[in-house]
Design a protein around this ligand. Structure first.
Ligand SMILES: [Fe+2]
Ligand SMILES: [Fe+2]
Length: 302
């Protein structure tokens, strides 16, 4: 692993000069004012499939609050870092663009990502360094750093931004905050445009064998992260209730239907790949069995 990833490692809470901050404020326009200040109140237990989990139901009120807060923070921080990476992605694509129209489009998308980042951060009073241990954020940074134009269009725009629409829609459907709901629906609308242009620009037949290999190798790593399921929920429960035994972990994964959820996400990803007519990539990933979630025994090693 590299020692520094320029995409991921840009400082989270960097202090800039007051002049620069004021100028940026004017460019970003009206600031989002959160209508709910407690992270634990943004989503209910159902949003994280916790309502059927015995260890959650048996928890004290303050433990429940702690679990919901951690789940919400993890969700928002991941979104924050995805939007931050989105700015780096669109900036790189601006330079790699084949035509002037394409370049103009990526410049517009860059501004969208900066707006998304700003709006999401309004709901995060302080951002932790957890992202440094988030393998998905690290992988995303590596892909943006190392990918060339065509693989980036496919992996980021077609797949990840398409998947992002589904992910943000899920967050929107169960969100208790009107203000965050407005932010999420704006993001969903913008991401649909980003994804749509990816579909227009991508043509599997144009890919070189090296690009094809890069896409397949990278997606195998990414798919594994999806195949594992909702293991992040286990961490949130452990933080509030202490270490869980292997059988408790398997029990929680069963109760939150982690495998079913992972299979649903894998189906969404496959559908997006079909939409882009990327049949050779699908075939290759099928050979590696990438479209089925791992069973709980595999996910929770003894
Ligand atoms: Fe975005
Ligand atoms: Fe985007």
């Amino acid at each position: 692993m590299k020692s520094q990833n320029l995409i991921v490692d840009v400082e989270v809470n960097s202090t800039s000069s007051t002049d620069l901050t004021n100028l940026l404020k004017r460019k970003l326009g009206e600031k989002t004012i959160p209508d709910i200040s407690e992270l634990s109140d943004l989503w209910g237990a159902d949003s994280f499939d916790l309502q059927t989990v015995d260890l959650f139901k048996e928890a004290t009120l303050s433990e429940k609050k702690m679990i919901l807060e951690d789940c919400a923070r993890t969700r928002l921080e991941e979104a924050y870092h995805i939007e931050k990476s989105g700015m780096a992605f669109t900036s790189k694509m601006t330079l790699l663009a084949d035509t002037l129209d394409e370049r103009k489009l990526y410049c517009q998308f860059s501004a969208d990502e900066a707006n998304h980042l700003e709006a999401i951060s309004a709901f995060l009073p302080n951002i932790s360094d957890n992202y440094k241990t988030n393998p998905f954020i690290q992988l995303l940074g590596d892909i943006i750093s190392t990918g060339s134009r065509r693989p980036l269009i496919f992996i980021i725009q077609v797949l990840l931004e398409g998947w992002g629409i589904d992910h943000y829609q899920g967050m929107f459907n169960t969100c208790h905050s009107i203000a965050l709901g407005e932010v999420l629906s704006k993001i969903i609308k913008d991401e649909a445009g980003h994804h749509g242009s990816g579909l227009m620009l991508f043509d599997e037949k144009e890919m070189t064998p090296t690009e094809h290999k890069y896409v397949v190798d990278t997606l195998r790593i990414f798919f594994q992260m999806v195949q594992v399921g909702s293991v992040g929920t286990l961490d949130s429960i452990e933080k509030a209730r202490g270490d869980l035994s292997r059988s408790q972990k398997i029990g929680v994964l069963h109760q939150i239907e982690s495998q079913e959820n992972a299979n649903r996400k894998l189906k969404v990803l496959k559908k997006l790949m079909h939409k882009a007519e990327s049949n050779r990539i699908i075939e290759e990933l099928e050979k590696y069995n990438c479209f089925s979630a791992f069973d709980y025994q595999t996910v929770v090693q003894g």
